[in-house]
Design a binder for this molecule. Structure first.
Ligand code: GAR
Length: 209
């Protein structure tokens, strides 16, 4: 059984999708043991508490620099014996120390089809604003491993979502969540827990269905 720790910063709808998947038996080889938030007021913390999942808060601004924050976070994750760390709307940058401590053990959900609309500064609504501005007809979401390159780690799963006439960033964000993020994130987590994701040396993955 893999021990899953979910990192959040906001509303936590992706966390909810993971909790629901776990409760519906869709992650048979994993268990969410702890939710860590970068924001003490995140609604995601309430979602966790409702399901009797332990919570913790760690704020970047309480640390002098990136390395001291990274070290505190790694210690917390090691104390909790994390096998898999899921970034579910986690908005704090993780430094190399964290990434190297958990190589190919950190999964992120990003609200676009990487390599479009990703990288530094592309998070939350901004991603959808840029997609609409560029006039793409299809967008989507990507579940990927986290490496040292922002949104550049090995891709695990992607799902496309069509743009519709009259879309606003908010409407598009909701559709991408419903049709893509809430589906592929639990699927990627289940695949990891089943030991079905092989990471190749060329920064790609092979899924063993
Ligand atoms: C989600 O759309 C997620 O993909 C995005 O933030 C939102 C969090 O929502 N993440 C990023 O943009 C990361 N670059 P949630 O708190 O309701 O899951």
């Amino acid at each position: 059984m893999k021990n899953i720790i979910v990192l959040v910063s906001g509303g936590g709808t992706n966390l909810q999708a993971l909790i629901d998947a776990q409760n519906n038996g869709k992650i048979p080889n994993g268990k969410i043991s702890c939710v860590i938030s970068s924001n003490p007021n995140a609604y995601a913390l309430e979602r966790a508490q409702k399901h009797h999942i332990e919570t913790s808060v760690i704020r970047r601004k309480d640390y002098e620099n990136q390395l001291s924050y990274d070290k505190a976070l790694v210690e917390l994750l090691k104390t909790k014996q994390a096998d898999l760390i899921v970034l579910a709307g986690f908005m704090t940058i993780l430094g190399e120390y964290v990434i190297q401590s958990f190589k190919n053990q950190i999964i992120n959900i990003h609200p676009s089809l990487i390599p479009s609309f990703c990288g530094e500064g592309f998070y939350g609504l901004r991603v959808h604003e840029e997609a609409l501005q560029r006039g793409v007809k299809v967008t989507g979401a990507t579940a990927h491993f986290v490496n040292e390159v922002c949104d550049g780690g090995p891709i695990i799963l992607q799902k496309a979502v069509e743009i519709q006439q009259g879309d606003t960033p908010q409407i598009l964000q909701k559709r991408v969540m419903e049709q893509a993020e809430w589906q592929i994130l639990p699927q990627a987590v289940a695949l990891f827990c089943d030991g079905k994701i092989i990471v190749r040396s060329d920064n790609t993955t092979e899924i063993q269905y």
